[in-house]
Design a protein around this ligand. Structure first.
Ligand SMILES: C[S@@+](CC[C@H](N)C(=O)[O-])C[C@H]1O[C@@H](n2cnc3c(N)ncnc32)[C@H](O)[C@@H]1O
Length: 437
């Protein structure tokens, strides 16, 4: 939107004038709007903001309350902000879907777009910015009150050069004949969009883009059938879901992962098993069990097992060479067994002391370290389903489908046709058009 423009021709920031729409930004969660009018006061929990203090200030200024220490920022309106603050007269199309619609309708400056219904004008405002300054949006709303409020709002928001709003039931009366063959794009947000598809086809240029926004799959199915019957191609339905992430500094307890510690800890564990085996051997417990436990320790460690075994062998370098048929764990156990046989009980005492020392060291080193990191944290909830967006491309001249332009309700009893894709099956209107991707 950016009406009025952000900068004057000489590059100075645009100042707020009488009658301008101004977005009043209080906090992240509290944003409102007002129309600047000398003598008016914008009241909120942050204070009383006299419009006299706002008029003449550049958009983006910080304005202080006269009766408290509160302040607000007065921002230039954009479609994004307007969709956030507008008064809801209906459900509105939200940011993510608006982005998809603008993109997939191939909108650009100069596009001619038809829309129905207008509702609260959320989408209309965004379309207007995209197609400005030479494009035109013709929007149709059958509720008289909404049509009146919408017309007044588009005027106040300085969009009347781009948007015209007419009170009309497009499912019954269709679009005005004057618009036949003029539309680059048509957007429908109606309870029964399939009833307006033939009218849309009549108003569209060949190879123009179509979108229908429906919350229920049954509506999507009927719309797809109507599109297919009329020879539309590249029919595709998408559903967009929004998940917001926020950068935040959080403290996490991170374990130490230095390779030295890892090797030491693994070696230690292997040694522990070995020493346990020693103890068991000394007290007459099965040495086979000790050997098994030791080699299991090696196997457990995967790639680290060899390193663990190596560390032990190095430390106990007096051990005789192990059998080449044995794994690392077995080597170690056999080595120990031999040493024990050679050196007897004093080694056990020394071993216990050393083991205790090593365990203390490992515990110290394994303590997690509190680290503060900048993370992308998602908001706890993901905004759920709003609607399905069905896109299609109008048939090129002479390739209209069997429906032939009549606003016929498609037959076919609700079975979901698979939307066609990639431009295949254009034009014959038969069900083959539904067998794309
Ligand atoms: C969900 S609202 C549209 C909201 C709009 N897209 C927005 O972003 O603010 C649907 C509107 O379509 C209007 N409507 C329903 N059937 C209609 C018809 N046959 N012709 C014209 N408008 C219709 C309703 O009155 C309602 O205001």
């Amino acid at each position: 939107m950016d009406f009025p423009p952000r900068r004057d021709a000489d590059g100075t920031a645009c100042v707020i004038a009488e009658g301008d729409l101004v977005i009043v930004y209080e906090t992240f969660e509290s944003v409102g709007y007002t129309y600047a009018k000398a003598g008016d006061i914008h009241n909120s929990k942050f204070g009383a903001f006299h419009h006299k203090d706002i008029i003449g200030k550049p958009f983006g200024s910080k304005v202080y309350s006269r009766c408290s220490r509160g302040y607000v920022h007065v921002l230039l309106p954009t479609p994004e902000l307007w969709s956030q603050v507008l008064r809801h007269r209906t459900q509105i199309v939200q940011t993510l879907d608006i982005a998809m619609i603008n993109f997939h309708l191939h909108l650009k400056p100069g596009s001619v777009v038809l829309e129905s219904g207008t509702g609260s004008g959320s989408l209309s405002t965004s379309i207007a910015r995209t197609i400005a300054p030479t494009g035109r949006l013709h929007t149709f709303e059958f509720n008289q009150h909404r049509a009146d409020v919408g017309t007044e709002e588009f005027e106040r928001n300085r969009l009347a050069d781009i948007i015209t709003l007419e009170c009309r039931d497009v499912c019954v009366a269709g679009f005005p004949d004057l618009l036949d063959g003029t539309a680059d794009a048509v957007f429908l947000d109606l309870p029964s969009p399939w009833l307006a598809v033939a009218h849309a086809a009549k108003a569209m240029k060949p190879d123009a883009r179509f979108c229908s926004y429906s919350p229920c799959m049954e509506q999507v199915q009927r719309t797809c059938l109507a599109l297919e019957e009329l020879g539309f191609h590249s029919i595709r339905t998408v559903e967009a879901r929004l998940k917001t992430y926020e950068p935040k500094r959080v403290q996490m307890d991170v374990p130490r992962f230095e390779p030295k510690v890892g090797v030491a800890a693994r070696g230690l564990r292997t040694r522990s098993y070995g020493r346990q085996a020693q103890k068991e051997g000394a007290t007459g417990i099965s040495q086979e069990a000790a050997a098994a436990s030791s080699s299991a320790a090696g196997a457990d460690e995967g790639g680290g097992a060899a390193a663990a075994g190596e560390a032990v062998v190095k430390e106990e370098d007096k051990a005789p060479p192990a059998s080449t048929e044995c794994g690392a764990g077995q080597e170690e156990t056999e080595g120990r067994g031999t040493k024990r046989e050679r050196e007897g009980g004093t080694d056990e005492q020394q071993g216990e002391a050393q083991e205790q020392e090593e365990q203390e060291e490992a515990t110290r080193e394994a303590d997690p370290v509190p680290v503060v990191q900048l993370c992308a944290r998602s908001y706890p909830s993901m905004r759920g389903h709003t609607a399905f967006l069905t896109f299609a491309t109008s048939p090129i001249a002479g390739e209209a489908g069997a429906g032939g332009g009549a606003a016929s309700e498609p037959s076919g009893g609700g079975a979901a046709s698979e939307p066609s894709g990639g431009g295949a099956d254009v034009g014959d209107g038969s069900s083959s058009a539904a067998k794309g991707e």
